[in-house]
Design a protein around this ligand. Structure first.
Ligand code: ZN
Length: 490
C-alpha cells in the first residue's frame, strides 16, 4: 500500500467513486461492456494490457472458462531455507499472516469510515467502495457487492482475478473489520489452485510492530509478568523475521495465525502486550551477525530440546542458541515445574498405539519405520545432554524392533487422536507397556526448543529482566536493535 497515489477517501454524497487514476479506464470498460447486454464472449477481454483494472456493474455474466490463478497452497514439505538467516532489518518488515482458508462463499469486510479500497494485486489501480463489501472469487475476477446487506447494495465485477487486496481508506486509524473483529494492516484474498474447491486464503499484511501485540495477547496469560511479555516480544519478532525471510517469493504468507507458527488475534487493546512490544521495539535476537529463529514453547518439562531434534523443518536452527550442548539446560529445576502441563499421562491400548504409528509412517512414506504388530515393549533409546528423550525403541508382538524419533512419535499419536485427552502434549515421555496398554508419562507442553514460556515467567517473577531471560534460553545470542526502531525514524 502506498505505492499508488491515485486513491483517496471519497467525498460524502458520491454514489460511488473510483480512484482518480483509474477513472478513465473504468469509463472505457463500462462503455465496452454496457450493463445488461453482455455476451459471454464480451465479458472476456484478452486484449487488455497488463495493469488495467476493470470494474463492471452487474456481476451476473456467465463465468468464462478461464483457468483459475495458480498459487500453491501449503507445500506438503517445507522447502530448504535460503542460504543465510536474515540480518537485523534496516526498516520495519511487513509480515504476511495467513488467518484462515475460506470456502467458496462471499467474504465480508467492513470499515468504520464507511469506505474500503479494493485492488487486484497485479494492477496499480484500485476502487473505493462503500462498506461493507462482500467479495467472492470467480474464475477470472471477483464478484463484489458494495454496501452489502443494505438497501442500496450494488453488485459489481472486478477484474483481473488473482489475489485481491482490501484496504482501509488511506490515513484511517481504525482497522479493517472481518467476522466482527478488528484486523490491522490490509487483507489479501488469494485464490488457491487445485481441487476445484475455489478456496481462498485470507492473509493480512501487517507491519512487524503492529503484528506483535496480537501474538503476545494470545501466547501468554493475562496475569503474567511484564518482563515475560518483553522476552516473548523479542522471541516472536525474531521468529517472524526469519519466517518472513524464508518465505519471501516462495509462498503468499510468512506465518499462519496459530500453533503451526505463532498465535495471533489480530488487533488487540491489551496494554501489557502493546507496552511490551513498544518497550522492545525493533529488538532482535542475533547470533553470528544474523537473526535467530527464536522458537519457543509453552513448557519444556524441565529439559529443553535442541531445535534440530524437535523441529523438523530446516537447517537454520543448527546454531548454539537453539542447541542443547552442555549443562546449561540441565540446571532447569525451577524452569517450569509449577506449570499445569509439567507432568501428565496418556494411556492407549497397545493395538491402537501401533495402529496410529503405522498410519503415520505409511502416510509419511517412512518405510524405515516398518509396520508394527501391536506393541510388546517401549523404552527410551537415546537422550540429549539435558536428559530429554530424542529416540524411543519399540518392540512389537512379533519381536520386530523400530526406532522412533520423539517428535515423530508425538505427531503419529496426535494424528490419530480424537481430542486432547488421547493426544501427547510433548514428545518428552517415560513410556511403558502395562497389561495390554501403552502408558505414556509425559512432561511439558510443546516441542521444548528455545524459550520455555513458563520458565520465562518463573524468571520474571524472580525479578529477572527480559534480556537475562533471553540469555538463559538462547545461550550465545545477543540483543540488537534495528536502526528503524526509534519512534523518530518511523
Ligand atoms: Zn521449562
Amino acid at each position: 500500500m502506498g505505492a499508488d497515489g491515485g486513491w483517496r477517501i471519497p467525498a460524502s454524497g458520491g454514489r460511488w467513486l473510483v480512484a482518480a487514476a483509474s477513472l478513465a479506464v473504468v469509463a472505457w470498460t463500462l462503455a465496452l461492456l454496457p450493463s445488461g447486454c453482455q455476451s459471454p464472449s464480451a465479458s472476456r477481454t484478452p486484449d487488455l494490457p497488463p495493469g488495467v483494472l476493470q470494474v463492471r456493474p452487474g456481476g451476473n455474466a456467465p463465468a468464462p472458462q478461464a483457468s483459475p490463478p495458480s498459487l500453491a497452497k501449503d507445500a506438503p514439505r517445507r522447502p530448504p531455507p535460503p542460504a543465510q538467516r536474515p540480518t537485523v532489518p534496516a526498516s520495519e518488515p511487513v509480515i504476511r499472516v495467513r488467518v484462515d482458508t475460506l470456502g467458496a462463499g462471499p467474504v465480508e469486510f467492513a470499515h468504520p469510515s464507511g469506505w474500503l479500497w479494493l485492488k487486484p494485486s497485479t494492477v496499480d489501480q484500485g476502487v473505493t467502495l462503500r462498506s461493507p463489501v462482500s467479495v467472492q472469487a470467480m474464475p477470472d475476477g471477483w464478484r463484489v457487492v458494495q454496501a452489502s446487506g443494505q438497501r442500496d447494495a450494488e453488485r459489481l465485477e472486478l477484474r483481473p482475478g488473482g489475489p485481491l487486496e482490501i484496504h482501509p481508506p488511506r490515513g484511517a486509524a481504525a482497522e479493517l473489520q472481518w467476522r466482527g473483529g478488528g484486523w490491522p494492516g490490509f487483507a489479501t484474498l488469494v485464490p488457491l489452485q487445485g481441487d476445484g474447491s475455489a478456496q481462498v486464503d485470507l492473509v493480512f499484511h501487517v507491519p512487524m510492530e503492529t503484528y506483535l501485540p496480537g501474538v503476545l495477547a494470545k501466547e501468554l496469560y493475562k496475569e503474567w509478568a511484564p518482563e515475560t511479555y518483553r522476552a516473548q516480544a523479542v522471541a516472536a519478532r525474531s521468529y517472524a523475521m526469519c519466517e518472513h525471510a524464508w518465505w519471501q517469493g516462495r509462498r503468499h504468507f510468512d506465518v499462519v495465525a496459530g500453533q503451526a507458527s505463532q498465535a495471533w488475534v489480530g488487533a488487540t487493546a491489551d496494554p501489557k502486550s502493546r507496552d511490551a512490544v513498544a518497550d522492545t521495539r525493533g529488538e532482535y535476537l542475533v547470533f553470528d551477525g544474523r537473526v535467530v529463529p527464536a522458537y519457543y514453547s509453552s513448557c519444556c518439562g524441565g529439559a529443553a530440546a535442541s531445535a534440530t531434534d524437535a523441529i523438523r523443518d530446516g537447517s537454520w536452527m543448527d546454531i548454539a542458541p537453539l542447541s542443547v550442548t552442555d549443562d546449561r539446560f540441565i540446571r532447569a529445576k525451577n524452569c517450569c515445574e509449577k506449570a499445569r502441563t509439567a507432568s501428565w499421562r496418556v494411556t492407549l491400548p497397545a493395538d491402537e498405539f501401533a495402529r496410529r504409528l503405522n498410519t503415520w509412517s505409511r502416510d509419511e512414506g517412512r518405510k524405515d519405520l516398518g509396520t508394527l504388530k501391536s506393541v510388546r515393549s517401549i523404552s527410551v533409546a537415546e537422550r540429549n545432554p539435558a536428559g530429554r528423550p530424542t529416540m524411543y525403541r519399540i518392540v512389537d508382538a512379533g519381536g520386530r524392533k523400530a526406532l522412533w524419533g520423539s517428535e515423530d512419535l508425538r505427531y503419529a499419536i496426535n494424528g490419530g487422536a480424537s481430542g486432547t485427552r488421547d493426544a501427547l502434549k510433548s514428545g518428552y515421555l517415560t513410556p511403558r507397556v502395562e497389561r495390554g496398554s501403552v502408558v505414556l508419562e509425559g512432561r511439558g507442553h510443546g516441542h521444548g526448543a528455545g524459550m520455555c514460556q513458563y520458565g520465562a515467567e518463573t524468571m520474571a517473577k524472580a525479578g529477572r529482566a527480559h534480556a537475562e531471560i533471553l540469555r538463559r534460553y538462547y545461550p550465545g545470542a545477543t540483543l540488537e536493535s534495528s536502526p528503524s526502531s526509534s519512534v523518530e525514524a518511523r
